[in-house]
Design a protein around this ligand. Structure first.
Ligand SMILES: Nc1ncnc2c1ncn2[C@@H]1O[C@H](COP(=O)(O)OP(=O)(O)O)[C@@H](O)[C@H]1O
Ligand SMILES: CC(=O)N[C@@H](CCC(=O)OP(=O)(O)O)C(=O)O
Length: 297
């Protein structure tokens, strides 16, 4: 696709068509989860930052929650540590959590902040620790062994679930020039630092601020049906039955479950869309047909 902000003429055309949609989201909070896989490409990263800047300039309050799974894996490899996953979550020992925090709340967070700032906006990099925003508890996940059908409790080390979200800092920022960019790392009341799956973290943030939209940028166009065709819209009940009949599988299961949870916490609509398409965020919010799968109550 051509870059719609590339030329002044294309930009003006896009803005005039987008105006009614911009008004719909004025003063509303939109949480965007930016995954590690979507970050690899420099041009896509710049297009993403431009979209976030444009949301803020159109009166929306965007909040970015980012991941960084592949970047953590690369740093662990450099340090001679193997990445291990169970049930889709990184097994995180004491050494690993230090690196996770360094990569997520350090380099990746500041890279995204710098990209948005380069678009003329004021981004501020945070993690769950800042302003006592998020407190986590050790995650207690179980998996069912497909052969024996026996349920097994996983010990994932310092992997956390967000259990308390305080929106005070986010409310302050929503009324300021600042765009929060948040890494999914949070403290526990036990004094430890926890590594939280970025989708889960974004769902918790969106629920706490009662976001109008939560967007998940992933590597597929959205939720696909049995014939691999994009489903434009799904209710929570329809999404549940697609998980049950196996149409939704693998990594898409926890993602859709997070969407359902966010809706149950008061988010109006959650969208799963392709982060590998330039300007996916603008296409979703500011065009008639949107870009991915919208999940609604
Ligand atoms: N029905 C479905 N529609 C779309 N993707 C699906 C579906 N079922 C399983 N998937 C898989 O889910 C993946 C997205 O989940 P995941 O890899 O965890 O995303 P991310 O790394 O962006 O968080 C897709 O790449 C696809 O392989
Ligand atoms: C517990 C857990 O698995 N945490 C993730 C956090 C980053 C993440 O979720 O990044 P993506 O969105 O890019 O996958 C991890 O360590 O990889």
């Amino acid at each position: 696709m051509t870059d719609m902000t590339e030329t002044a003429e294309a930009q003006a055309r896009f803005l005039s068509a987008a105006l009614p949609y911009m008004q719909r989201y004025e003063n509303k909070t939109i949480v965007v989860k930016y995954g590690g896989h979507a970050m690899g490409d420099a041009a896509l990263g710049q297009a993403f930052a431009r979209d976030i800047a444009l949301l803020k300039q159109s009166g929306v309050s965007p909040i970015v929650v980012h991941g960084g799974g592949p970047q953590i894996a690369a740093m662990l490899k450099k340090m001679g540590i193997e990445s291990k996953f169970e049930g889709g979550l990184r097994v995180t020992d004491e050494k690993t959590v230090e690196i996770v925090e360094m990569v997520l709340a350090g380099s990746i967070n500041k890279e995204i902040v710098a990209l948005i700032n380069a678009e003329g906006e004021w981004a501020i990099g945070l993690c769950g620790k800042d302003g006592n925003m998020v407190f986590a508890e050790k995650a207690h996940k179980t998996v069912v062994d497909p052969d024996s059908n026996i349920e097994r409790v996983l010990d994932l080390g310092f992997v956390g679930e967000p259990v308390e979200v305080d929106r005070t800092l986010l409310d302050l920022l929503a009324h300021s020039e600042m765009i929060p960019v948040i890494a999914p790392v949070a403290p526990g009341r036990d004094g430890h630092t926890y590594n939280i799956n970025a989708d889960t973290f974004a769902g918790a943030i969106a629920g706490a601020v009662r976001a109008t939209r939560l967007l998940f940028l992933t590597d597929v166009p959205g939720v696909l049906d049995k014939d691999k065709k994009l489903i434009d819209e799904l209710t929570v009940a329809e999404a549940r039955s697609l998980i049950k009949d196996g149409t939704i599988s693998g990594g898409m299961i926890p993602k859709v479950e997070t969407c359902i949870q966010a809706i149950e916490r008061g988010v109006e609509g959650v969208v799963i869309l392709n982060g590998k398409t330039a300007h996916a965020v603008l296409l979703e919010l500011f065009t008639e047909h949107g870009a991915g799968t919208l999940i609604v109550p």
